[in-house]
Write a protein that binds this ligand. Structure first.
Ligand code: ATP
Length: 136
């Protein structure tokens, strides 16, 4: 069964919508197979976002994602990568459809509540980074 890495970013945790996000994941039929509340260190954050290292917002993104606790989880199900990204909505919340997590709860591109792996390849890499002990 396909797996994806989902983060409820520090803005989502600070706004007390962990339950709301989890409810949407479970209601869709996806299964949470690992979950942890933690604060990321800068090295892990930089590795997670390494594809954005040259982007002007990189330092700010690392500061944001390490700025408070987040919830990391491994979510499993039929086409889980695509299914969660559909639940999350467009990266820029202003363009995200109402009814999606970002479309319902966010307005700013950086503070967009959730992360979901963008491919099965990224999912494998990210799950190893966040949950190295989880069996494949
Ligand atoms: P994620 O990887 O978090 O699921 P995504 O794949 O929808 O998001 P990416 O383009 O990979 O979006 O960007 C990663 C994250 O970087 C975004 O979720 C957002 O928090 C932040 N980000 C993207 N573009 C900008 C920007 N122009 N300014 C500030 N932050 C940004």
């Amino acid at each position: 069964m396909e797996r994806t890495l989902v983060l409820i970013k520090p803005d989502g945790v600070a706004r007390n919508i962990i339950g709301e996000v989890i409810t949407r994941i479970e209601r869709r039929g996806l299964k949470i197979v690992a979950m942890d509340l933690r604060t990321l260190d800068a090295d892990t954050a930089k590795t997670h976002y390494e594809e954005h290292a040259q982007r002007p917002f990189f330092d700010s993104l690392v500061e944001f994602i390490t700025g408070g606790p987040l919830v990391a989880m491994v979510v499993e199900g039929e086409r889980a990568v695509e299914a969660f990204r559909a639940l999350a909505g467009a990266t820029d919340p202003v363009s995200a459809a109402p009814g999606t997590i970002r479309g319902d709860f966010a307005l700013e591109v950086q503070q967009n509540i959730v992360h979901g792996s963008d491919s099965t390849y990224s999912a494998e890499r990210e799950i190893k980074l966040f949950f190295p002990d989880l069996a494949a």
